[in-house]
Design a protein around this ligand. Structure first.
Ligand code: GDP
Ligand code: IMO
Ligand code: MG
Length: 421
């Protein structure tokens, strides 16, 4: 099988960027299949820290083809900023980046609509990254969207004006005050710059690679609990973040999918609103945020922190067909005498050991198992044999509960801080 998928099993920010970068040498192609600049994927190596939003995390490796698939939504302005930052680091972006003609474009008024929608929701707001993701996917499914391929059409400007007009009407109905003109010139500059990139029919390109038995890694964005169908709806993003999204977001048949790598943090975080059964609104949550530097890579917002949630993790392993688990950030838990793991939920006196339909309107009391923590700093560890006993026990316990092997453990943000088991 030619295509492996790597995705987040929680609410995003599990460390996908770092792990894709580590695994890239095994592949010829890295492809993003959904989401857009709401993502912030951090990579660290040789003292450099870099955050990618739209560009696949294989970009720092030479000879790798990086494809932005049809399922992704692209903001030309953000993309240009990203490209400039990479060129400054001597990365030959133009030679190694390929963009699907079928990917949809985020235009400045999409971002305004996102802000207007959030303002209209008041306390019920999703906590969106305000990158225009929801409105752009709405135009896609509403069959009004603008696509990368449209940039090559002679009437691109007219198509843009038509869509913008529709948005301005909506903004007027929503009584949302704005300065819509502000970003327009920058947008068109970014469109001109985009013309220099490689636009491709990525589904053909990818299937040709499959025929030639070239290995492809599909890089997920966000996390499974933010999936539009299976996440904590309506507090979700607007795409299918799960493994099935790799098929629709790249034009790859299910039979070509091999491994499904599911990444999870040794605890849980969430940024934005919505239910979070194991959230810790106390000094323990604060200690995790501080030790894990849990602040959003895209918006800088503090991430909400809590204990590992097994019912949620078992659910996302099931939905994705995870074959290999990857645990990140256990180093953050170093020094805790006791580490808690949620094994079931209690709702209205009834115990649920699975992820129930309604976690949004229910009052959930997590039921915890306590495991012994470890004192030893994991960050310098490079071999499994050097793990402290209590950490080895934590891994064995999770593998027994989750019924999938943990094949990679990450003990720090750097490429080198990775243990392949
Ligand atoms: P992504 O969106 O899934 O790619 O994750 P983010 O980049 O948004 O957030 C993960 C953060 O944790 C980044 O700052 C990474 O550099 C960092 N990170 C990744 N793996 C580890 C790890 O094992 N330990 C520690 N301490 N930090 C890590
Ligand atoms: P990566 O790929 C964490 C969250 C937002 C908000 C909800 C909807 O870095 O893991 P949107 O902008 O999509 O309309 O926001 O989803 N969210 C993320 N949280 N990591 C991400 O991406 C996220 N992308 C969106 O905070 O709650
Ligand atoms: Mg992130």
């Amino acid at each position: 099988m030619s295509v492996d998928v790597l995705l987040g099993l929680q609410w995003g920010d599990e460390g996908k960027g770092k792990i894709v970068d580590v695994l890239t040498p095994k592949y010829k192609v890295v492809a993003r299949f959904q989401g857009g600049p709401n993502a912030g994927h951090t990579l660290e190596f040789e003292g450099i820290k870099h955050v990618l939003h739209t560009i696949p995390s294989g970009i720092f490796h030479k000879e790798i083809e990086n494809i932005v698939g049809n399922g992704v939504v692209i903001d030309p302005i953000t993309l240009q900023k990203e490209i400039k930052a990479l060129i400054a680091l001597n990365v030959d972006v133009n030679a190694h980046l390929f963009i699907s003609r079928k990917a949809h474009l985020i235009i400045p008024t999409h971002r305004l609509l996102d802000a207007a929608s959030e303002a209209g929701k008041g306390k019920e707001k999703i906590g969106s990254t305000l990158r225009g993701i929801g409105p752009t996917y709405m135009d896609k499914t509403g069959r009004n969207g603008l696509r990368v391929g449209d940039i090559e059409a002679s009437d691109f400007k007219e198509r843009y004006v038509k869509l913008r007009y529709k948005h301005l009407e909506l903004l007027r109905q929503m009584n949302y005050e704005h300065t819509a003109e502000a970003d327009e010139a920058i947008f068109f500059e970014a469109i001109e710059a985009m013309r220099k990139l490689n636009f491709v029919d990525s589904e053909h390109l990818l299937n040709q690679h499959i025929k030639e038995k070239k290995q492809i890694l599909a890089e997920g964005a966000q996390g499974s609990l933010l999936d539009i169908d299976f996440g904590s709806y309506p507090f979700v993003t607007s795409s299918n973040t799960i493994s099935a999204g790799a098929c629709t977001g790249l034009g790859i048949a299910p039979g070509h999918i091999g491994k499904v790598y599911g990444i999870f943090k040794a605890y849980c975080t969430r940024v934005g609103s919505g239910p979070f059964p194991t959230e810790l609104n106390d000094e323990t949550g604060e200690a995790i945020r501080k030790a894990g530097n849990e602040f959003g890579a895209t918006t800088g917002r503090p991430r909400r922190c809590g204990w590992l949630d097994l019912p949620a993790l078992k659910y996302t392993i099931m939905i994705n067909g995870v074959t290999d688990l990857i645990m990140t950030k256990p180093d953050v838990l170093c020094g805790f005498d006791i580490i808690k793991v949620c094994t079931a939920y209690k709702i209205d006196g009834k115990v649920y050991d699975y992820f129930p339909y309604d976690i949004v309107n229910s009052i959930i009391e997590p039921i915890y198992k306590e495991v012994k923590g470890w004192k030893q700093d994991l960050m310098p560890v490079r071999a499994e044999k050097d793990f402290p006993v209590n950490f080895k026990n934590y891994i064995s316990y999770l593998e027994k509960e989750l019924e999938v092997p943990i094949s990679i453990v990450s003990v720090g943000p750097d490429r080198k801080q990775t243990i392949i088991r």
